[in-house]
Ligand binder design. Structure first.
Ligand SMILES: [Zn+2]
Length: 608
């Protein structure tokens, strides 16, 4: 349009060996009183102030070849001296964050999120953005390609060159990978999908693409109607150890362990692969639930500060509920495998004493300072809006199914959220999910939501699972490696005879370190604290390897002399050992479920 010239960006991995991107931003018609430029303080989807401006190592401005003064007005904003334009600001951005949230560059590849590199032009955020993605200088980078869901505007497929976005909000929502990645393509719901994998790996790409296609089709069918994207890209970084994902409107950035990807010649789905598929399913579901159906608090995102909402239980919790359920519904998880995963989620909640301190609505509101900034006291103080949120979603789903004889479910609520808020792009008010749930299902849910979201009362899981013919058993943990979900090999008497220190431990080199000490537990009562290095139990050296063996002959009520270093001071305390808490959940398909329960279970696990 004549009066709205686009904002032009140019980005180049200028010095891969020094991890420096050079990023230029050109405004044709700068603000006559002095154009401002800013970098976001956070990236949507990851609710923590990250202050991306801290990675700007140099910045300058010029207009028609003449330098223009730049003054910094706060930690992430610059103001250029008044000038006629066009005005170009060029920044060098240090990129050494190998996560899905920032930017990373070395001689093997480059990755960036727009929030980490593209300057926002305050007052002109609605302008179209043109981006020239330029290859690094030097012949060694000739084999590099580009993968992104940004729309091409002249660049060849997987090529460097011009790309385009409707506005700044869209510009920063398409992460970009560049390098020599592996890739596969598939079509789901008529939409072309790409999978791009960076890092050394030997993934069976054909199988990965086939399985992802099932997952995508499941979600596309679930919401129905025309897909919200024209194409979709999975950007995967495979590492020795890693796990994480971030959702975008037409792509997702994932980090995984290379061994979690399906290996050639291996037929069964390993636990690691199931975890990977769950992650991919989670981020894909977000395309609807948080990228389109959004809290009012995120419409628009305020990128210079925290954006508060109590609704992350719905956007992260409900998404976490459907990520694995979708794998069961499309046949990638057998019902028993799905129940194992669900049993582990319940175990995680039961092992979080903080569920008695913080409600899931508070957890959402305070995500910025608590969930995203966990310290050694986190298990005592907070509850996860992912974990508990997903179990609240399960409870709503089962409650509605049982009250309506299977005629309505949370599935209907999600589709109604999509129609009322997602498709038209209207923000969901803070009470919007609860109101719509009652409206769509005809079930009074007020009392349930008050308890589940705004109190620390336990969720009625056992009762609700029984309505779909699933038995829930809660027992003591079998060992420190027991994550729940599976029946114990040991008898109930043997489990009750085990003892606990009331602390989580980890290896610190060869040392045994207490990482978290539970409120009111044996270790805390004796005066031990997180960070203490335990060196001996009753005079015998304690290490991460010997701890279980040293505790095995003890019985609840026994005392043990513990030597531990705090900083460089040795302390000796007497710990009275306790019986292990019953915090480990196993779920089973009931052998004698009634016809009604079986019918509800089929609807739940099949999605109808
Ligand atoms: Zn999520």
């Amino acid at each position: 349009m004549k009066n709205r010239p686009p904002i032009r960006y140019r980005i180049q991995p200028r010095h891969p060996e020094a991890h420096l991107f050079e990023v230029a931003c050109t405004v044709a018609d700068p603000d006559p009183s002095g154009q401002r430029f800013a970098l976001p303080a956070w990236i949507p989807g990851s609710y923590m102030i990250r202050e991306f401006a801290k990675h700007v190592v140099a910045i300058h401005a010029e207009s028609r070849g003449v330098p223009v003064k730049l003054a910094k007005t706060d930690k992430h904003t610059w103001r250029a001296a008044p000038c006629g334009g066009p005005l170009t600001v060029t920044a060098e951005v240090y990129a050494w964050d190998l996560s899905v949230r920032g930017a990373h560059l070395d001689t093997t590849h480059g990755f960036f999120n727009g929030t980490a590199v593209f300057l926002q032009v305050p007052g002109k955020e609605d302008r179209p953005c043109e981006v020239e993605i330029v290859p690094p200088p030097g012949r060694r980078y000739a084999p590099w390609h580009v993968a992104t869901s940004l729309a091409r505007a002249g660049a060849r497929p997987f090529g460097f060159g011009p790309y385009i976005a409707d506005d700044y909000d869209e510009l920063i929502d398409h992460p970009v990978e560049m390098g020599t990645f592996a890739h596969a393509t598939f079509s789901a719901g008529g939409v072309p999908h790409e999978v791009v994998i960076t890092g050394r790996q030997r993934c069976d790409l054909g199988r990965l693409a086939r399985d992802l296609k099932h997952v995508c089709e499941q979600h596309l069918r679930f919401f129905g109607g025309p897909p919200p994207m024209h194409r979709y890209v999975f950007l995967v970084t495979a590492l020795g150890e890693g796990y994480g994902g971030l959702e975008h409107r037409a792509s997702t950035a994932l980090v995984c362990s290379r061994d979690d990807l399906p290996q050639p010649g291996v037929k069964e789905a390993t636990e690691g692969y199931r975890t990977f598929l769950g992650l991919a399913s989670h981020e894909y579901f977000h395309t609807w639930n948080v990228k389109c159906i959004k809290p009012q608090a995120f419409t628009p995102y305020e990128l210079d500060r925290e954006n508060y909402t109590t609704l992350l239980w719905a956007f992260e919790g409900i998404t976490s509920y459907y990520d694995d359920l979708a794998l069961a519904r499309c046949g990638l998880l057998a019902p028993e495998q799905y129940l194992e995963t669900l049993g582990r989620s319940i175990t995680q909640l039961l092992r979080t004493p903080g569920r008695r301190r913080q409600t899931v609505a508070e957890s959402s509101w305070d995500a910025w300072i608590k969930y995203y900034r966990q310290d050694e006291n986190a298990p005592n103080a907070i509850v996860s809006y992912y974990g508990k949120g997903s179990l609240v979603a399960l409870c709503v789903d089962l409650l509605v199914r049982s009250r309506t004889g299977g005629r309505r479910s949370l599935d209907d609520v999600m589709r109604a959220l999509w129609r009322r808020y997602g498709r038209p792009g209207v923000g969901v008010p803070e009470d919007g999910v609860e109101r719509l749930a009652e409206e769509v299902t005809g079930v009074r849910l007020r009392t349930f939501f008050d308890r589940a979201l705004r109190s620390t009362a336990e969720l009625p899981l056992e009762h609700l699972l029984a309505t779909v013919g699933v038995e829930m058993e809660v027992r003591a943990a079998e060992s420190t490696a027991d994550r729940g979900g599976r029946p114990a090999a040991k008898s109930a008497t043997a489990l009750a005879a085990r003892v606990t220190l009331g602390a989580r431990t980890a290896s610190d080199g060869a040392d045994l370190k207490l990482t978290h000490v539970f409120d009111g537990g044996p270790a805390q009562t004796a005066g031990l604290a997180a960070g203490d290095v335990v060196v001996a139990l009753d005079g015998l050296r304690a290490t991460p390897k010997t701890l279980d063996a040293l505790l095995a002959p003890r019985r609840p009520g026994d005392t043990v002399r513990v030597h531990a270093f705090r900083r460089d001071e040795l302390h000796e305390v007497t710990v009275r050992l306790a019986a292990p808490p019953e915090d480990t959940c196993v779920l089973r398909l009931a052998k004698k479920a009634g016809a009604g329960a079986l019918r509800l279970r089929r609807g739940w696990l099949k999605g109808n």
